[in-house]
Design a protein around this ligand. Structure first.
Ligand code: BES
Ligand code: ZN
Ligand code: ZN
Length: 477
């Protein structure tokens, strides 16, 4: 972990990230004249918005922002610049950095710390000789009185939770199967203070979770169904919020087998929604937010083993309705359907699911945001979109028109798990909404959950998408 501190004064020789709307030298910096002159001169150059230098082993980076720009895009600019500072500091084997904010926008100090810390994430514990390449940056200090200690605490928590989600996503299935995922949730519950009950295969059978059992049929590993609950004494909400996460610990496609390159080889990421739900629970409980939240994660791998369900099978789901399974690679909706049905017992205020559900979501908007849809109340949706902008995990709402219902009608069962060639994310959402009787919103994170190349503070591999979004949503409730 990277530690974030708050101090009222700068220490004179430390590495420095300065955010400013108009750079002015300060005695606080203790810059020799040639350093301040250099910065001032560089920033005079046309279109020059930042300058970084290494002065006798002290790394200094100045980012100029225009306070007229909309706050959320400013924050994102700052996060990204901060990520480049993290890379530079690690290359120089530096241990600490101070953030000095000359603007009146306190949020930019926090955004800088967030970008620095998130960019410092590494997944290297399977490398036997990782020592050489371990990041040296350990401490981030925000200078200034305007940042509240509670904001720093919450930021540290959500960064820790994002790291955890990235770890879970990056862990391959031979190390993290459905039982291991449930165990990880149990551990997190113990540390942060929320309850975790894990249903095993016998219990899942008893509950007749037909969708989850169908997907698990071709696997040698047992499925799990994790039920997490965080309930403070006097929560703001009367009815709980329910979070549902897709926990497909590996998706081979089943008998409808995926090709390997750029497809199956990425599919350890298919529990990213489940990871986001568990780690959001962790952050919410650790920060003691005053909301009653329940997290549900159905988990299994999807494999083409002996009893694997065959395209064409008719499956009876937990709610008693039937599905014609025409493609075993559309497995996510099968396990989520049972979880959404299970959620009815809580009479949720709102249920949000997060799932790496469709390649179509990634095809439509790439990795730059989340595809969202559902029948939640408009003010609930608006709050989600606002949080999306706040943390730059933006939601692009897709239509949820009734015409799409036609595309998943089956001749021999209540519906089929496969839509037509177009609108694949929407038909998946339409499939899921059939198992709900409460306000519902579906977040398809297939695009941004796992990146094949480094992207600033989001890194490469698991991004932890959804954790910061959900935390912001509940924080601002
Ligand atoms: N896990 C995949 C979706 C996915 C694709 C996630 C790319 C992350 C990156 C999902 O289970 C799947 O295979 N969906 C199919 C559905 C289709 C068969 C209707 C897809 O998108 O092709
Ligand atoms: Zn699939
Ligand atoms: Zn999948």
């Amino acid at each position: 972990m990277t530690h974030i501190h708050l101090k009222s004064k700068l220490s004179t020789s430390s590495n420095l990230l300065i955010i400013t709307d108009k750079f002015s030298n300060s005695t606080d910096f203790s810059f020799p004249k040639e350093v301040s002159d250099y910065i001032v001169n560089e920033l005079k150059k046309e279109d020059k918005k930042s300058v970084s230098l290494n002065h006798l082993g002290r790394y200094i980076s100045v980012l100029v922002v225009s306070s007229k720009t909309e706050l959320n895009s400013l924050k994102e600019k700052v996060r990204k610049h901060a990520a480049s500072v993290t890379d530079a500091l690690n290359a120089l084997k530096e241990k600490e950095v101070f953030i000095y904010n000359q603007t009146k926008l306190t949020a930019l100090s926090l955004a800088a710390a967030e970008g620095l810390a998130l960019a410092n994430y590494q997944f290297n514990h399977h490398i036997t000789n990782a020592k050489k390449q371990v990041n040296t940056l350990k401490t981030i200090t925000i200078v200034g009185a305007s940042v509240k200690p509670n904001d720093v605490d919450q930021l540290s928590i959500v960064i820790e939770a994002t790291y955890k989600a990235r770890d879970l996503v990056n862990e391959p299935v031979n190390i993290l199967n459905a039982t291991d995922l449930a165990d990880a949730f149990k551990n997190m519950g113990k540390h942060a203070g929320f309850s975790v009950e894990v249903l095993n295969k016998a219990k899942i059978k008893q509950l007749k979770m037909g969708g989850l059992l169908a997907v698990n049929a071709g696997s040698v590993d047992e499925p799990t169904f994790s039920i997490m609950e965080y309930k403070p004494k006097n929560p703001k909400n009367k009815n709980p919020y329910v979070l549902v996460g897709k926990g497909v610990v590996y998706d081979t496609g089943g008998l409808s087998l995926k090709p390997t390159p750029n497809s199956m080889d990425l599919m350890k990421c298919d529990m990213a929604g489940g990871a986001a739900v568990g780690c959001a629970m962790y952050a919410i409980a650790k920060a003691k937010l005053n909301v009653h939240v329940i997290g549900l994660v159905p988990a299994t791998d999807n494999r083409p083993g002996f009893n694997a369900f065959a395209p064409g099978d008719v499956i009876t789901m937990m709610d008693g309705t039937t599905v014609e399974m025409l493609n075993s690679d559309a497995e996510g909706r099968m396990i989520l359907a049972d979880a959404l049905h299970y959620a009815k017992r809580y009479k949720p205020e709102l249920t949000i699911d997060l799932a790496t559900l469709t390649g179509a979501a990634a095809a439509a908007i790439g990795s730059f945001g989340i595809v969202g849809m559902g029948n939640a109340k408009q003010r609930q949706k608006d709050r989600l979109y606002t949080s999306g902008f706040n943390v730059h995990e933006r939601i692009a709402e897709f239509p949820f028109w009734e015409e799409y219902d036609e595309l998943i009608k089956s001749d021999i069962a209540d519906q089929k798990n496969l839509g037509g060639p177009y609108g694949g994310s929407i038909t998946a959402g339409k499939f899921l909404v059939k198992y709900t009787d409460y306000p519902y919103y579906h977040l398809d994170i297939a695009g941004p959950a796992f990146l094949t190349g480094k992207d600033s503070y989001r890194g490469k591999g698991g991004t932890g998408y959804g954790v910061r979004l959900l935390f912001d949503f509940f924080k601002n409730l």
